[in-house]
Design a binder for this molecule. Structure first.
Ligand SMILES: Cc1cc2nc3c(=O)[nH]c(=O)nc-3n(C[C@H](O)[C@H](O)[C@H](O)COP(=O)(O)OP(=O)(O)OC[C@H]3O[C@@H](n4cnc5c(N)ncnc54)[C@H](O)[C@@H]3O)c2cc1C
Length: 355
């Protein structure tokens, strides 16, 4: 069986690993000269969003054979609104590196490949590859192909700015900021890479592209981050949050972000990208229905996305009240320190109420 994979990102690499495991060696095409985004990032795998998995790291290892080493365990999240602050503690999840560094998720997946050729510096086009291969997996991390195929539905745009800063950081603690003035319906965060380096990121929803630099400056000033030494700042391409109406068109299977598998609460999708790549491999090689394999992932992401519905209508005062409620001991206990599948229970209800 001849399989082409477009993109050596999380979805494409996980797909290639699973293809190998099932005895098929695919061709992977990557436009860059190596794996990983050019900008560094710290991805959070949050237990609260993936309760059905139990411990996410163990789940990925035991169920999907992906043994991925985090930078650190996440043991505290500080949430700040303009006038309130609340801290959550516990075994909250993991922080993973993204990008070109050797510990990154992409490099760990790449190292796990044994025989698959990754053709670097190759900008691949699914239209050219489709007649030459039995299957093409479109895992390019973009909406462009899905739009061309007529299956993409746009929800909103996120403008992202980031900065790598030097300072002194607890490696197991991240801070998340909610403030309508600079983040709109989005958020900002300070996430550690190690004890001396962290990332200050802004995901603004609702502003125009040209305002984002000003809002980033506001974030730095208002949250008292100006004392940190900014090593570099980066502007990521505008990120469209969307979903797809079909996961497969002819012999082309969509995986990862190309399949709209990013949640609309925090914009995360790393875990779903990897699992969708694995499902694509299983569907192609075992002749299974890809849609049925991927639907539960989409449903779960829709439940996460539904959590943002009440949050969207709040102004800064409302955000302060929300922080107070989130910090109340009973609520904290119920949400973070029980085994309740918060996302699917609460998100599922909100989805029914609001949509
Ligand atoms: C700025 C940003 C920050 C994010 N932060 C997080 C986060 O913190 N946590 C989280 O869970 N999710 C995050 N996400 C969501 C993200 O979509 C997923 O984490 C994940 O990267 C999706 O995996 P993917 O394989 O679909 O795409 P990617 O990981 O982006 O991989 C796509 C690959 O395809 C390659 N490519 C593109 N076009 C071609 C082509 N024509 N030919 C060959 N190769 C090509 C690219 O170079 C890249 O290597 C973020 C997304 C963005 C844009």
């Amino acid at each position: 069986m001849k399989i082409a994979i477009i993109g050596a990102g999380l979805a494409g690499l996980a797909c290639a690993i699973e293809c190998e495991r099932l005895g098929v060696i695919p061709d992977v095409f990557e436009r860059d000269q190596s794996v990983g985004w050019i900008w560094p990032n710290a991805a959070h795998f949050l237990n609260i969003l993936e309760r059905e998995m139990g411990d996410i790291r163990e789940h990925l290892r035991e169920v999907y054979g992906l043994d991925l080493k985090p930078l650190s365990e996440l043991r505290s999240i500080i949430m700040k609104s303009p006038g309130q602050e609340t801290k959550i503690e516990g075994r909250l999840g993991y922080i993973y590196a993204r990008g070109k560094c050797k510990e990154s998720l992409e490099n760990q997946l790449f190292e796990a490949l044994k025989r698959t050729p990754v053709h670097f510096n190759r900008v691949a086009d699914y239209k050219e590859l489709s007649p030459k291969y039995d299957y093409v997996v479109l895992a390019n991390g973009k909406d462009t192909g899905s739009k061309e195929l007529g299956v993409w539905e746009n929800h909103f745009l996120v403008h992202i700015r980031g900065g790598l800063v030097f300072g002194s950081f607890a490696t197991d603690s991240s801070t998340i900021y909610f403030n309508k003035d600079y983040a709109g319906k989005g958020y900002a965060r300070l996430a550690p890479l190690n004890a001396t380096q962290a990332l200050v990121g802004l995901c603004n929803i609702g502003c125009g592209e040209f305002e984002t630099d000003r809002f980033y400056a506001d974030l730095v000033e208002r949250e008292g981050l100006a004392h940190l030494e900014f090593y570099c700042k980066f502007s990521m391409p505008v990120f469209s949050c969307g979903s797809v109406t079909k996961f497969q068109v002819g012999n082309i299977l969509l995986a990862g972000r190309a399949a709209g598998l990013t949640d609309r609460l925090l914009g995360t999708g790393a875990i779903e990208a990897m699992i969708s790549g694995i499902m694509a491999a299983r569907a192609m090689i075992h002749d299974l229905d890809y849609k049925s394999l991927i639907e539960p992932i989409k449903r779960h992401l829709e439940n996460i996305s539904a959590l943002r519905t009440p949050f969207e209508s709040l102004d800064n005062k409302g955000l302060d009240r929300l922080m107070l409620v989130m910090g109340a001991p009973g609520i904290k206990q119920a949400i973070y320190n029980t085994g309740m599948n918060f996302t699917d229970v609460v998100g599922g209800v909100l989805k029914k109420v609001y949509h």
